[in-house]
Design a protein around this ligand. Structure first.
Ligand SMILES: [Zn+2]
Ligand SMILES: [Zn+2]
Length: 349
C-alpha cells in the first residue's frame, strides 16, 4: 500500500511516499481503507522536529482518519466490513477502567494513532474496534475525517468547562482547525461567541460560522493583547469561558479577559515553553479555573457526529490533497493561511 514516510524531520521535512505491506488486523482490530486523513498541527510539529517525545521511529503519521472497514480480525463484534467509520485519536483496549468509564482517549494501554502506532497517511490502517465510531449516511467521508480532531477535541474542551447557553465564550486561534470548530460548536450550544484571530481576511467567514464578534489581531508573535477588547464588549464583566487553542502567545491575554469565576481551557499547543510569570495573581483574584484538554472520548465524538448529521456543525475542510502533496500541505499549514484544515487522501480521484 502507499504510505507517507517522514525520512528526516526539518523545515522543510523530507517526506516520501513509499510502498508498505497492508497491515493485518490483529484480534479485536479492524482494517480500515482510509478515505481521508486531516493534516494536524501535531503532524506538522513532528515533521519539523519540534515534537519528538513518544513518536515511534518510522511511524506513519496522521490521526484524523475516516474510512471504510475492509476486514475485521478475530473477536470483532462492534464493526463489520463495509461500515463507514471515523477513528478516535488513541488506539484503545476497551477493557481497562478508563475505557470502561468513557475515557477511551486516556486508555491505560492506549497508543497514539499516527504517533506511537501507524496512522492514516496511508491507504490502510489497522485499528482497535474500540477506537472506531460508525458514521451516519448524512455525513460524507472526507469531511468526517475532521470530526474527532479538530471538531471533537474542540467539543471536549467546551464540555470540560461546562459551557451553557447565554454564556460568553472567547475562542483564540479562531481561524485554525480547533478554533473554527470551537466557534461553531460554542454558537450551537447557544453561547455568545467572540472569535480572536491573528489572520486578517477570516472575519467574514467566522461570522458565517456563528461568531457574534470577531477580534482581529495583526501581530501573531508580539504578545497578543485582546483582553481589552473583550472587556470593552462585555461591559467590563469579562468572558465566562476562554477556549485557547493557541497557547503561549495568547495565554496571558486569555487569563486577563476572564470574568470572576471564569474558566479557561487550553488545548492545541504541545511544544510551547512560555512563561506564566505574573499571571498567577490574575488567576487567583478571578477564582479562575484552568483545564488542559487533549483528545476526545467516544461519547463526545458521537455528540459531534450527531451535530454534523443534523447540520449544526460544518467540518471546515478547505482542501483535499494527495500524499505526494504533503510537503506543500505542511507549508500551507505553517503559513496559517488555511481556514480550518487540509486533509490528505491516499490516491488521486
Ligand atoms: Zn489532530
Ligand atoms: Zn483501555
Amino acid at each position: 500500500m502507499r504510505a507517507l514516510m517522514l525520512e528526516d524531520p526539518g523545515t522543510p521535512p523530507q517526506l516520501m511516499v513509499v510502498d508498505l505491506p497492508v497491515p493485518q488486523p490483529g484480534p479485536g482490530e479492524a482494517l480500515v481503507r482510509v478515505a481521508a486523513c486531516g493534516f494536524c498541527h501535531h503532524d506538522l510539529q513532528v515533521m519539523n522536529g519540534t515534537l519528538r517525545r513518544g513518536v515511534a521511529p518510522g511511524v506513519v503519521l496522521g490521526h484524523e482518519i475516516s474510512g471504510v472497514v475492509e476486514e475485521v480480525g478475530e473477536g470483532v463484534d462492534l464493526v463489520s466490513p463495509g461500515d463507514r467509520v471515523v477513528s478516535l485519536l488513541t488506539n484503545a483496549c476497551g477493557q481497562c477502567d478508563r475505557c470502561r468509564s468513557g475515557r477511551e482517549h486516556r486508555c491505560r494501554d492506549g497508543e497514539g494513532i499516527g504517533h506511537w502506532r501507524n496512522g492514516g497517511f496511508a491507504e490502510y490502517v489497522a485499528l482497535s474496534q474500540h477506537s472506531l465510531v460508525p458514521l451516519p449516511v448524512a455525513v460524507d467521508l472526507p469531511t468526517a475525517s475532521l470530526l474527532a480532531c479538530p471538531a471533537g477535541v474542540a467539543l471536549q474542551a467546551l464540555n470540560a468547562v461546562n459551557v451553557s447557553a447565554g454564556e460568553t465564550v472567547v475562542v483564540t486561534g479562531a481561524g485554525g482547525g480547533l478554533g473554527v470548530h470551537a466557534v461553531q460548536l460554542a454558537a450551537a450550544l447557544g453561547a455568545r461567541t467572540l472569535a480572536v484571530t491573528s489572520t486578517s481576511g477570516k472575519a467574514t467567514v467566522l461570522y458565517r460560522y456563528g461568531a457574534d464578534d470577531v477580534i482581529e489581531m495583526n501581530a501573531p508573535d508580539s504578545g497578543l493583547e485582546f483582553s481589552g477588547v473583550v472587556m470593552a464588549v462585555t461591559g467590563d464583566l469579562g468572558a465566562d469561558v476562554v477556549i485557547d487553542t493557541v497557547g503561549t502567545p495568547t495565554l496571558r491575554s486569555s487569563v486577563r479577559c476572564l470574568g470572576q469565576y471564569g474558566r479557561l481551557a487550553v488545548l492545541g499547543e504541545v511544544g510551547g515553553e512560555g512563561s506564566l510569570r505574573g499571571i498567577i495573581p490574575e488567576i487567583i483574584f478571578r477564582d479562575a479555573r484552568i483545564t488542559g484538554v487533549s483528545g476526545v472520548s467516544r461519547q463526545t465524538l458521537e455528540q459531534v457526529i450527531a451535530l454534523a448529521a443534523d447540520g449544526s456543525l460544518t467540518p471546515v475542510l478547505q482542501r483535499l490533497m494527495v500524499l505526494e502533496e504533503a510537503a506543500h500541505a505542511a507549508e500551507l499549514l505553517s503559513e496559517r493561511t488555511i481556514l480550518g484544515r487540509v486533509a490528505l487522501v491516499p490516491q488521486a480521484g
